[in-house]
Design a protein around this ligand. Sequence first.
Ligand SMILES: CC(C)(COP(=O)(O)OP(=O)(O)OC[C@H]1O[C@@H](n2cnc3c(N)ncnc32)[C@H](O)[C@@H]1OP(=O)(O)O)[C@@H](O)C(=O)NCCC(=O)NCCS
Length: 394
Amino acid sequence: MEEGIDVKNIGLRGVKVADTRISDVDGEKGILIYRGYNIIDLARSSTFEEVSFLLLNDHLPTQEELKRFQSEIVPERKIPEAILEMMKWLPKSANPMDVLQSAVPVLGSYDPHLNEETREANLKKTLRLMPKLPILVAVWDRIRKGKNPVLPRSDLTHAGNFLYMLSGSLPDPDTARDFDTCLVLHAEHSFNASTFAGREVASTHAHLYASVAAALGALSGELHGGANSEVMRMLLEIGEVSRVNSWVREKLQKGGKVMGMGHAVYHTEDPRAGILRKISQKLAERTGERKWYEITEAIEVATREEFRKIKGKEIYANVDLYSASVYHMMNIPVDLFTPVFAISRVSGWTAHIIEEKFAEAQPKAELYRPDADYVGTYCGPQSCEYVPIEERSK
Ligand SMILES: CC(C)(COP(=O)(O)OP(=O)(O)OC[C@H]1O[C@@H](n2cnc3c(N)ncnc32)[C@H](O)[C@@H]1OP(=O)(O)O)[C@@H](O)C(=O)NCCC(=O)NCCS
């Protein structure tokens, strides 16, 4: 060991690396709080705009504060012409998460405060970036389909405007409200993989846009944010409620994973899954298309039963299980499910990046620098003899 303590924890499960004032997850009781407020109350009564203010400012906004917040973010519903042009040149098959991840640092180069490292300047950067993410996603979806981008509307909510820019038609108020609740539910979740990636990059003193780009990369993987698209692919593959039991049994017996089930922190039901289950059921009733809700529910039941038989323990639905059917019923394309997650999580990421940089709570970590045991080639204390390339036989 070069430095530090000689303890190995693969995957860093349960290792505390900082203090945070932003959110807390009680994995045993299934409780999630944002800045002290229970996610169930926030999902019921709040909006994405209010929650973003809360995450960034450590208190719920007054009406006046919310109005000011909105007046700062709404005019930022636009992207530079050059990024629009850049997107037109990309292959239509480009993964939307990759498009998003490449556009974010470029957006940084248009920010006059890019290299100003104060808390206030980083808040300004956040208020500029947050409203641009939905624009990037909606515009990319239109471009790749050969359609003209739809201009944003300043009279719509963050959630409503995204749905409008995606489809070109106004969402019905119930759908816009349900989508807003989805954004509230996904906005923050403590030291998950993408947030940690963002904080780690911020700890190097990289700027906020670079830190968000790192978080986007981490979110794209199927074990994290990519799971919601994978859940939808699973639903499409199964196709019928009658096929669920045999599909799940075969999957688990072969040692495969059922996407949308299990969680690294929750050992009981993820509170967000319960809320999304209800939204999925409501949408199924509203749209008259019950199939996707019913398949999802059957998968949850079958996985829990089969898991109990095989492993002798419980497994529960996570946030991604029901969000897949919800987004599908909202006509959001499958490969935009993870970008939709990002549109919401950016408020949590930026709150964490600012906390990392300006140490509201924790003893300031200068730079994350874990360690590893070297298990590679070893030629003894003298190290391996370097043979010039022309003398090497293989
Ligand atoms: C999220 C996830 C990576 C957490 O994994 P984890 O921290 O290893 O979870 P646990 O320690 O509780 O896993 C215990 C056991 O259950 C298994 N398991 C966990 N989730 C599973 C799933 N969805 N399907 C099948 N088996 C699963 C693990 O492989 C492990 O098996 P083992 O004891 O034989 O090694 C995992 O549950 C998973 O891959 N889920 C599917 C992907 C997903 O939905 N991701 C979104 C998370 S919000």
